[in-house]
Design a protein around this ligand. Structure first.
Ligand SMILES: [Fe+2]
Ligand SMILES: [Fe+2]
Length: 213
């Protein structure tokens, strides 16, 4: 697991799987109320917990953002909550139902698209994301203070991460969202429309490098 400091308040944890030529990212946003973006799979979470504890020091995790219900986004949630029992899981209503239905957490906070979460030093707005698994509604997290989009399985790159930050443009990235990523044509168009209007500085995907716009 590579640990990369993207900004003073943002760490990236990246694990490459050569069998599928894809890398997996989790992010830690530090602040008054630290937030982890995705847990990774159970195995990734096992590796991540001591690293998180070291970076957090005497702080704890306040929030865990889960963009959708899939193992690389929340496979290690039960383990993580054993170590950070007070952390609240932020997710869509569908994901909250799955997490609570499987007994993974009782502490899921569901957010609807357009809803906000204001922490002391960060402010999030959530965007609908019809994700894999039956197009169940997921969420993207737009951090408005710094112009960061935590984009889940959108805007991803295959391969190993050698450069943690690469240049791109929002226009090119939005055009590149393929129909198979959001197989409902009207939802695909709607997501492209919403994302192209955002005022963004960085796209922070679940797989591959961070994109500087
Ligand atoms: Fe996924
Ligand atoms: Fe993913």
């Amino acid at each position: 697991m590579q640990q990369i400091k993207i900004f003073d308040n943002l760490y990236m944890f990246n694990t490459y799987n050569p069998q599928i030529n894809l890398s997996f990212n989790q992010f830690l946003l530090l602040g008054e109320e630290p937030m982890l973006i995705h847990t990774g799979s159970f195995q990734m979470t096992e590796a991540l917990i001591p690293i998180l504890k070291e970076i957090l020091g005497d702080k704890s995790l306040s929030y865990i953002f889960v963009s959708h219900f899939e193992s690389d986004e929340c496979g290690g949630l039960s383990l993580l909550l054993e170590h950070f029992p007070d952390a609240k899981t932020i997710c869509s209503a569908v994901t909250a139902r799955q997490l609570m239905g499987f007994g993974i957490t009782k502490n899921a906070v569901s957010k609807v698209p357009e809803e906000t979460l204001v922490l002391n030093d960060l402010s999030f707005k959530f965007i609908t994301y019809p994700s894999e698994m039956h197009l169940w509604e997921g969420l993207l997290a737009f951090e408005t203070t710094n112009g960061l989009l935590f984009s889940s399985d959108l805007f991803i790159r295959m391969g190993e991460v050698t450069e943690p930050i690469v240049d791109s443009s929002l226009k090119d990235e939005v055009i590149r969202i393929a129909p198979h990523q959001i197989p409902d044509p009207s939802a695909h168009k709607a997501v492209q429309g919403i994302l192209s209007e955002l005022s963004l500085n960085y796209i922070i995907p679940g797989h591959g490098p961070v994109l500087k716009l």
